[in-house]
Write a protein that binds this ligand. Sequence first.
Ligand code: LMR
Length: 337
Amino acid sequence: MRRAFTAVILALGIVFAAPAFAQIDCKLGEVVIKFSHVVPPRGHPKGDFARMLAERVNTEMNGRACMQVFPFSQLYDDEKVMEALILGDVQLAAPSLSKLEVYTNKYRLFDLPFLFEDMDAVQRFTASEKGQELLGVMSDFGVVGLGYLFDGLKHFSADKPLLVPSDGAGLKFRVQNSDVAVAMIEAMGASAQKLAFKEVYGALQLGVVDGQENSWSNIFTSRFFEVQDGITETNHQLLAYVVFAPKEWLESLEPDLREQFLTIFRETLVKANGQAAKTSEENRQRIVDAGYTVRELTPEQRQQWSDVMRPVWGEFEDEIGKDLIDAAEAANVTKNN
Ligand code: LMR
């Protein structure tokens, strides 16, 4: 009954209100740069990046360019933002790489469970030649990948304790718009439901789904921990973004303005990525400090998660490319020793 009721709520598109967010007014003649994203504006690697970028653009390019940030899926959710970007309705977007499978199979690489052993490996791979090449895979759609933005590795939560994958059997987990994630959840004997980010809190609260998997920064800032039994520190999969811009828009900018914007962009991205791990750790600690349960796994328990989930790689190997998977795996230090 509860599920039927909440299914209606979701079908009607009723979502839980995000706090109002003041928007800066742009002046006549300024190039307007709209950045739409789905997370809060503060205390999250993506929110912090967008805010820091806007602060610099609006100070250093005042009179020539003006940046407006739309957090909390206020303007578009991730499923719609790429369409808006392709049409030039927004100038920057950084959807999770898991949400781009309608455009390309290549980013499925980043969804393979237990591919990267830590964020240092992710940074090494994304900085490599193959990692940098992947920034360009959306060019057929007229968008340019300006750089990787990192959140962190993901963890499972549910409305009951999870220590080994069989604890999740029979449960329903919310996943992003990703068939790799669906396969991973099904490997646990659980079922998966793709839901937009803005619907997750309500779906967990009302029992439409029993659990979810996400980064510490999302679990804390979107308060998923409040409506779950606890978080299990599985570090099973990556949550990362590419910041995209429409090619035509970028090329239409005056060369000196474009150069100034791209310089600020690159510097801010380096700064944001440099502080993402600390933000993630702080958000984990805030959950613990609030008295909620974080379950750490023994090496044997973590091995069970990996043993159950790694076989899904085989399903996606052909479309991703074995060479790419090997290159990503080679970025792990322990695999090379
Ligand atoms: C999610 O949908 O869980 C994430 O992609 C949200 C985000 O942008 O971090």
